[in-house]
Write a protein that binds this ligand. Structure first.
Ligand code: HPA
Length: 255
């Protein structure tokens, strides 16, 4: 029996209803509410890979979040790390197989909209998937015109009620944007910018799951703040928001 088989047996006893995925520097939001029952490194899950970015632990756990049975993904892998989309979305498909009905995707993002400041949380209500070399209106994951395909533009059926909501622009990275790109994104209607989440959200919606996205604004987007952006700054600011993020997740699990 493999480590993954054993993990799935534990998951069968926990019966997770929801999954939470933590982005850069945000994993600490799980404590103290989350009590794990079983944990597996991503490296031991077929089709997955360990994250290569600082601030991403690379483990999937099942357990209880304030009494609610959940699966928690600590960290994610990104397209910019060289992974195909199948691997980027594998975590979402694994938790769907564990039986979850909703997924809460979190990320660190740069704030474009004026009122979004470092440390703020934003409920994602839609995204711009700017991940294709060919242009910004990319092919839906579901190839034929279908309700699922149409939903790709608005995968987020769950909104954290007390947060400002906004549009998340997903770019490939790995570089942060230029000030010129941020001006362009603002004109397109983006409120925040990051390098993840959109394809995971569409995959989860295509699988019939309810999806919530929560961005932690870790910095003013390029050209809107002072100084040069760094991953260290992103992680440090993320840490200041984990208490509030934990409370928001707790609220989304009770909806
Ligand atoms: N741009 C892209 N990704 C990010 C940013 C940003 O400004 N901040 C955190 N992740």
């Amino acid at each position: 029996m493999t480590a993954f088989d054993r993990f799935r047996q534990s998951a069968d006893t926990v019966r997770p209803q929801a999954a939470v995925v933590f982005g850069s520097g945000l994993a600490a939001a799980a404590s103290p509410a989350f009590t794990p029952v079983a944990t597996i490194p991503y490296a031991d899950i077929p089709g997955m890979a360990p994250p290569g970015v600082a601030g991403h632990r690379g483990e999937l756990a099942v357990g209880h979040w304030a009494g609610v049975p959940v699966a928690v993904g600590f960290g994610r892998v990104h397209f910019y790390e060289g992974h195909p989309w199948e691997r980027v979305t594998r975590l979402v498909r694994v938790v769907a197989e564990l039986g979850v009905r909703r997924v809460i995707l979190t990320n660190a993002a740069g704030g474009i909209r004026e009122d979004l400041n470092p440390g703020d949380l934003m409920a994602i209500r839609g995204h711009l998937k700017l991940l294709d070399a060919g242009g910004w209106k990319s092919t839906p994951l579901t190839p034929s015109p279908s309700p699922q395909g149409a939903r790709g533009a608005n995968s987020y059926s769950l909104l954290a009620p007390d947060l400002p909501s906004g549009i998340y622009a997903a770019l490939t990275g790995p570089c942060y944007e230029t000030p010129a790109e941020i001006r362009g994104l603002r004109v397109m209607g983006a409120d925040a910018v990051g390098m993840s989440t959109a394809v995971e959200a569409e995959t989860a919606a295509d699988l019939g799951l309810a999806v919530a996205g929560v961005s932690c604004i870790t910095n003013k987007a390029a050209g809107l703040g002072s100084g040069v952006l760094s991953h260290q700054e992103v992680e440090e600011t993320a840490r200041t928001a984990v208490g509030r993020l934990g409370a928001v997740i707790g609220g989304l699990l009770r909806i």
